[in-house]
Design a protein around this ligand. Structure first.
Ligand code: LER
Ligand code: MN
Length: 278
């Protein structure tokens, strides 16, 4: 398992779930703090210069773990279940750019709140139908480029569609695309999944990536989540992908990122040692 931290561009909304903004500075800081990579929270692919990104990563011996898309939803207002077909075409277009970027950087693109919601007056069935259609279009662009699309269940207070791992897994089955997987976020699981460990193990075949934050969205170790349960379940699930820190920048960005690294990195070393000896 490797550890990354979510970062964004300087123009990201204040509400973006990242500790640092500004790609060059963030990559350097993340490397200094011991992270193995960064998760890029992007609005569009042209927000970042590919050549510069390649250089910043190389200079700091870092990788991109995943491209995340919360800003496409929060800032651009685009989402998969939009009732208007033209708006859905736009979200597919933005995703195409992000997928092309991911084909060289990380090979994973997340679907968090951008999956959209069940609008007033629209049935769950119709919302699912629209979601499945958009998800297939996006997966079919990503597949030939070697990119996986990963659905992140998000808690009910942020969105009313796909709140837990069971619901996400059912939809993955309905979409029927091999490059569609799951990305649990333990902050959301703490609200929505009856048992975090059991749920991670139950859906182990679909899990490609994981977001880590504590119960209060501070650095792991600063709330009441049981991270021994989380890492124990991931070990049973045979997980060997990226874990990514997605926390509030509190009490300040550097302290939050340092607290998370200090808590999680030793657990990852121990985790990798155990996985190697299996
Ligand atoms: C995003 O990864 C997330 O966890 C949500 O709460 C916000 O999109
Ligand atoms: Mn998340």
């Amino acid at each position: 398992m490797k550890l990354s931290v979510a970062v964004a561009g300087k123009s990201a909304l204040p509400s973006a779930f990242v500790v640092w903004r500004g790609f060059e500075e963030s990559i350097k800081k993340a490397a200094d703090f011991g992270y193995h990579g960064v998760e890029l929270a992007l609005k569009t692919a042209d927000e970042i210069d590919r050549d510069k990104l390649e250089r910043w990563l190389k200079d700091n011996d870092m990788e991109v773990s995943c491209i995340s898309t919360g800003q496409v939803f929060a800032d651009l207002g685009l989402y998969f279940t939009h009732p208007d077909a033209e708006m859905r075409a736009k979200v597919v277009e933005v995703f195409k750019g992000l997928i092309e970027l991911a084909s060289d950087f990380g090979r994973l693109v997340n679907v968090g709140r951008i999956r959209g919601f069940i609008p007033e007056g629209q049935t769950v069935e119709r919302t699912e139908e629209i979601f499945i259609d958009t998800a297939r279009r996006v997966c079919d662009i990503a597949g030939p480029l070697g990119v996986d699309i990963i659905i992140e269940p998000v808690n009910r207070y942020e969105i009313n569609f796909i709140n837990n791992l069971n619901e996400a897994a059912e939809l993955v089955e309905k979409v029927r695309r091999p490059n569609l997987g799951l990305m649990p976020d333990v902050f959301h699981m703490n609200i929505e999944d009856a048992r975090i460990g059991e749920s991670l193990i139950r859906h182990s075949n679909l899990i490609r990536y994981i977001h880590l934050a504590d119960s209060n969205r501070l650095a792991p170790g600063r709330g009441h989540l049981d991270f021994d349960e989380v890492f124990g379940a991931l070990e049973k699930a045979g997980f060997n992908g990226w874990a990514s820190i997605e926390i509030l920048p509190k009490p300040d960005p550097d302290t939050a990122a340092r607290q998370a690294a200090e808590f999680v990195l030793p657990r990852i070393s121990e985790y990798n040692r155990k996985m190697c000896s299996k």
